[in-house]
Write a new protein. Structure first.
Length: 183
């Protein structure tokens, strides 16, 4: 057999083997249980969802600090993932539009919102919950129905919810929740 024919057959076999390997890899990557890594979060593009909590407004309802205005910041926990905003200095009312988002499995995701007043010695937790002595706000986001559950009323996604605390160092907060199905 001439060398040219041998090389042509070998090259053809190599190309076919490479094409088969590329097809197998593409099918394996498309498998619904294949998990990808994106921006420090694991997600499955065919199933997982993004839950986003946006704090639109905070207003102090009483004087938290004796000599200055509040330095608000928020800590939000979405399905065990904790996020913290930067403090906004010296203001009793603020429109921060803080957005916190996490990739979570579909279904029910626990959410906890806490608001603090940044101080030199110790940060004070601000009361944003109607229930005494609970100062933070806990609820569940059902991504299948796009509803906020676990408060006195059930809310739909993308609806502004306003809550205010009743204890000392209290504030009124307006927030919304959204679920993105293609994170």
């Amino acid at each position: 057999m001439p060398v040219g024919k041998f090389l042509a057959r070998g090259f053809t076999a190599f190309v076919l083997a490479l094409a088969g390997l590329m097809t197998f890899t593409a099918l394996a990557d498309a498998h619904p249980h294949k998990r990808y890594r994106r921006s420090h979060q694991y997600y499955n593009s065919s199933r997982d969802v993004e839950v986003q909590v946006t704090i639109h407004r905070l207003v102090a309802l009483d004087k938290g600090d004796a000599f200055s205005s509040e330095d608000f910041y928020a800590r939000v926990t979405i399905d065990g993932q904790v996020f913290k905003s930067q403090p906004i200095r010296q203001t009793d009312g603020v429109i921060p539009n803080w957005r916190f988002a996490a990739i979570v499995p579909p279904g029910r995701a626990d959410v906890k919102i806490e608001v603090f007043d940044k101080d030199i010695a110790e940060d004070d937790q601000i009361d944003i919950n109607r229930i005494d002595p609970k100062r933070d706000l806990d609820f569940v986001v059902n991504s299948r129905t796009c509803r906020i559950e676990g408060m006195a009323s059930t809310y739909r996604c993308r609806v502004d919810v306003t809550r205010a605390g009743g204890e000392r160092k209290r504030a009124e907060m307006t927030f919304s929740v959204d679920v993105n199905y293609n994170p």
